[in-house]
Design a protein around this ligand. Structure first.
Ligand code: FNR
Length: 351
């Protein structure tokens, strides 16, 4: 783990209340998937190139029509006001200062228009299928109108997974945070679960959201090659390999294990992104070498936000981007295109 991620995590533990901390840290079930995520990246070893000109390292890329300075993206995570009073606005400012793309959660705790104004750079909006379709449709259109350049449809959440640690504590004030964005799309007589996840959603929603907004739609939470192909056949413009931070189904394969299979299945058709347990430049280099076009960071951004607000988020993204440039150069890869599969090999028994 990067020393900064470690330090921000320690600071977050000091400043966060016990409910917020439990909410951020917790995983589903016995938390095997959450605990395994970080170590899974260290099952790969690097095969560096020698005597390659790496005097200038370029981390820029084009992703779904957007030019980005770094392949590090902010993953969608809920309720940033639990971490910092400035919430997602601070996260957006920090990400923009680092030139990193923000993915705003459907469960953001501030109005998406306020966050959009703070996001001086490109941003995407994450969508959950909701029981009342007026909610997810309304949010998707509002996000498009506020400047989101893609939608990320989370596909692994027919309902919210059980997280024993945080479920037992609850989160004070959560109802208010839930309502901040979705409330605007509820009729006065709406059922109390109208904005909850809709368990009957299918891949039909991909094309529906794309047609409704004209935006590219990525599907997040994919862990199999055949499922990735099914999503792309249904119109997905990108895939995010993810275990949802180990917060949905416990004992699923780690993202680091699923990624090569998904890249082999659809990597020549759409960009494949990945998240889960990425905590250092070496982790990110490994993910990129396994075929990810970009990566997303979940908990490290929440810790950074709690530890230092917008400045903390910027410091995290700048530091990890710098760390990535450093290890890319040492591996003999001066550009992201040069980060190819031959740079890594999987070992069975890490020491
Ligand atoms: C999440 N994640 C998530 N995903 C999503 O699609 N919508 C959401 O609202 C949330 N909310 C959320 C809250 C919290 C507290 C966490 C920790 C995670 C999952 C997130 O986007 C991402 O997949 C993981 O967090 C990535 O793993 P790491 O980086 O946290 O290990």
């Amino acid at each position: 783990m990067s020393a900064l991620v470690d330090a921000q995590h320690a600071r977050a533990r000091e400043v966060l209340g016990s409910e917020a901390l439990a909410y951020y840290e917790s995983g589903a079930g016995a938390e095997l998937t959450r605990r395994e995520a970080e170590a899974a990246w260290s099952h790969y070893r690097l095969r560096p190139r020698v005597l390659t000109d790496v005097a200038a390292v370029d981390l820029s890329l084009d992703l779904l029509g957007t030019h980005l300075a770094t392949p590090l993206l902010v993953a969608p995570t809920a309720y940033h006001r639990l971490a910092h009073p400035d919430g997602e606005v601070a996260t957006a400012r920090g990400a923009a200062a680092a030139g990193a793309l923000l993915t705003l959660s459907a469960r953001a705790s501030q109005p998406l228009e306020s966050v959009a104004q703070a996001a001086a750079g490109p941003w995407w909006f994450q969508v959950y299928a909701t029981r009342d379709p007026a909610v997810h449709r309304g949010l998707a259109v509002r996000a498009r109108d506020a400047g989101a350049t893609a939608l990320v449809l989370t596909g692994d959440t027919p309902f919210v997974g059980r997280k024993p640690l945080s479920d037992s504590l609850g989160i004070p004030g959560i109802e208010d945070m839930v309502a901040v964005n979705s409330g605007a799309h509820l009729r006065p007589d709406a059922a109390t679960d109208a904005a909850d996840q809709w368990p009957s959603a299918t891949t039909d929603l991909v094309a529906e959201l794309a047609a409704l907004t004209g935006l590219p739609v990525l599907v997040k939470g994919v862990l199999r090659g055949d499922e990735a192909a099914r999503c792309v056949d249904a119109g997905a413009a990108g895939i995010v390999v993810s275990t949802h931070g180990g917060r949905q189904l416990d004992r699923v394969v780690p993202s680091a294990v699923a990624l090569p299979e998904v890249v082999a299945a659809v990597g020549d058709r759409v960009p494949v992104l990945v998240d889960g347990g990425l905590r250092s430049g070496l982790d990110v280099l490994t993910a990129l070498a396994l075929g990810a076009r970009a990566v997303l960071l979940g908990r490290p951004v929440l810790w950074a936000l709690a530890a230092g607000g917008a400045a903390g988020v910027r410091e995290l993204l700048d530091t990890l981007t710098d760390d990535l440039a450093h290890v890319m150069a040492l591996a003999g890869a001066p550009t992201l295109d040069a980060v190819t599969a031959d740079l890594v090999t999987r070992i069975e028994r890490p020491v």
